[in-house]
Design a protein around this ligand. Sequence first.
Ligand SMILES: Cc1ncc(COP(=O)(O)O)c(C=O)c1O
Length: 405
Amino acid sequence: MQLNKEILKSLREEFGDAFYLLDCGQVKNNYMELKEAFTAAYHKVDIAYSYKTNYIPKICSIINQLGGFAEVVSDMEMEIALKAGVCPNKIIWNGPYKNPLKVEELLLLGGTVNMDSISEVGLVHNIANRYPDNIFNIGIRVNFPINDHVLSRFGFDVETEDFKKALHLIENTSNLHFANIQCHYATRRLETWEPRAKGMIKILDKLNILPDRIDLGGGLFGKMEESLKEQFDSEIPTYADYANVVGDVLAKRFTNGSGSPSLMIEPGTALVGDCMKFVSTISNIKTVRKKPIATLLGSIYNVNPTLNTKNPPIEIYSMGNPQIYYEDLDFGGFTCIESDYIYKHYCGKAAVGDMAVFSDVGSYSVVLKPPFILPNFPIIGVGHGQTEVLKRAECFDDLFCTYKF
Ligand SMILES: Cc1ncc(COP(=O)(O)O)c(C=O)c1O
């Protein structure tokens, strides 16, 4: 997405002092590049987009048009997928809590439900009994240790009786189809990917049945600008780095035959992290005990609601007011929280009225923005020199129509 002063000026005139920009072409490129990298390493690959990362319907429908699956973790997200036109058999429902009525609905439509706990074994058993003429796609989320030093609360500990019961149910119920074995680890470090793949093979080697898909979850770094890369304490792998590590393990175990399971991944950040920018306007600059501080129409909750301490890539565009050079300017947000800083220690020129553009804000931003102090800003799609309003600015009524005055 190429921006300059003139483009930003006209966007500001049309959409106001703060807005998000979504680069639709970049979403497409990332999907195709990721698919190519994994397909070069293993012969059957499916990508399920993790909706929770950024469920703007436009993104969901781009991924759907490219043949991707939808990875959802609630009936709200399932509804987004259905509304975006995703065929139910391309919806996979993960997560530790699932609305039982909606589980039944998705299963009847042909979607896949990954069981996460023994309670869901009972639920699936019950549904299978009540609909003996339907075949249901069931998966199991597994939990085994890898080198990430985290005790995950998700899925079945593979050493437990509960896991055996879940498998027993699938193996011994004629109308349950073993669609998926899934794991997910939050860390994005490359060295955790071989243990994920090997761990899955170890589990499958002990079973009498093979699932359609071996799903290694998400947790891949996406592309990002150098200034952001430098703030991580580990290398940022490429798509091909991840693909080669896991492709190698799986290709050794499964040959290119029709009966071999497909390799599934559930990227969120890797697909959309670098596809969004947040554009805002500097509303004032003050000095407090010699420290210069700018305030933006925008907040850390617009850009980085997980509150990590990294500075997003920033660009300041002069909009005509005389600029001053700053050695150490911090950009604070519109909220009344002391720690609400979007960017710290900026060196460069700035003035009131300038536009600040923050890049790589596509993951866990709009979905986690609370209605705190102000409603959210509009989201504008850009592509082929055109703009499209993907979400209008939120207004008072959007937030307060559920309250009683
Ligand atoms: C089950 C599952 N799959 C996929 C993802 C996407 O992760 P990421 O954005 O790291 O790719 C998550 C994120 O929490 C998840 O919980």
